[in-house]
Write a protein that binds this ligand. Structure first.
Ligand code: KG4
Ligand code: ZN
Length: 340
């Protein structure tokens, strides 16, 4: 019997991505990045929608070709309904609807945040195993920082959330202050490798429970640099690696501290990280060290599955397909889309 083949589309922010998933296995996962935002210090929504419009047909065409499937082989179309930039989401949603109508196949809406966590259930040629339930996952991206507990493929509970900025935003905004292009996270990661984590000390928030806060750190970093620059205009240039290492260390210890707390509070030792910031080498190392110390079964995603990608939308869509959870054509995208 032929498997279930899903075409997945992700267009919530500044990456246009398409993937083909068959029975939970990734056949293709293509991403078109948008370089137009680099010089603006952040994603420009209007430019993002236009770039999605230009990219979406070629990206889907390539995803189908790479997977070796024809449009007629697709059993359902999964797409990101939100959260994200509305203009960007509209491009993916509209394409998904058009494709579904043309092929006479069902449409499946996916929550982008759930999908980041669901990326741990993707199978590919690496032969990695999937987490068992309950599964505790730290989702750290440019727009979100959350602790989630998955009880099954269909039940996800948010047990911690940021009360202001996301961890990725902290990387990107502090990077901008140092004159780094957007997104600064990966650049800080690289420069931090040559720096001293103890060179500078930045404030850690006192947020109770499992919630996070990063706006205080951002302000602390900004004022710290402003004061040092008054004494030495070359301060950033002369200390860039140490600044990156100390900043990254602060963000990583905030994240790791809350993940440990969440594990102790819930008693869950099957742990994962997901989202763009989960590509960070300092975070991967720190979480790895905690796992060894505490006997966690740890799931670190492949780099290709950390930042936004359509394979994660495809795997979420696959499980929804198995349940017959389809969406109507009257569904519109949501800029804010909380997990129920
Ligand atoms: O998940 P993602 O691609 O998009 C959102 O859903 O937001 O995450 C993008 C974020 C950006 O803030 C980017 O700076 C950050 O992930 N990021 C990193 C690294 N790679 C990407 N942050 C720190 N270290 C990295 N290696
Ligand atoms: Zn994301």
């Amino acid at each position: 019997m032929k498997g279930v083949t899903i075409l997945a589309i992700e267009s919530s922010c500044d990456d246009t991505s398409a993937a083909v998933i068959r029975d939970g296995f990734v056949l293709s996962n293509l991403i078109a990045n948008q370089d137009v935002h680099r010089s603006y210090g952040g994603v420009v929504p209007e430019l993002a929608s236009r770039a999605h419009q230009a990219n979406i047909v070629p990206v889907i065409d390539q995803a189908l070709k790479k997977a070796g499937v024809k449009p007629a082989d697709i059993d359902a179309v999964a797409y990101t309904r939100g959260p994200g930039l509305l203009g960007s989401l509209l491009v993916g949603t509209s394409f998904a609807k058009g494709f579904a109508v043309a092929g006479g196949v069902p449409l499946i809406e996916v929550n982008h945040l759930e999908a980041h966590v669901m990326s741990h259930f993707i199978n590919d040629e690496s032969g990695r195993t999937n987490p068992e339930f309950p599964f505790l996952c730290l989702l750290v991206s440019g727009g979100h920082t959350q602790l989630m507990v998955m009880k099954s493929h269909y039940e996800m509970e948010v047990i911690g959330n940021t009360i202001d900025d996301a961890a990725g935003e902290a990387f990107d905004k502090c990077g901008k202050v140092m004159g780094l292009p957007y997104p600064a996270g990966p650049i800080i990661d690289k420069l931090a490798k040559e720096g001293d984590i103890n060179a500078f000390r930045f404030s850690k928030p006192a947020v109770r429970g499992l919630n996070f806060s990063f706006s205080g750190l951002k302000t602390n970093f900004l004022y710290f640099l402003r004061d040092r620059l008054k004494e030495n205009p070359d301060f950033i240039e002369e200390n860039r690696n140490d600044l990156c290492a100390s900043l990254q260390h602060t963000i990583v210890s905030i994240l790791t501290g809350k993940l440990v707390k969440a594990s102790l509070l819930t008693g869950i030792n099957t742990i994962g990280i997901a989202g763009g910031v989960s590509a960070n080498s300092g975070l991967r190392e720190a979480v790895g060290a905690e796992a060894r110390k505490r006997g966690w079964t740890l799931f670190i995603p492949a780099f290709s599955l950390t930042t936004d990608n359509a394979a994660m939308i495809g795997i979420s869509g696959y499980y929804k397909y198995l349940k017959g959870d389809f969406s109507g054509h009257d569904v519109s995208p949501l800029a804010r889309f909380d997990i129920k």
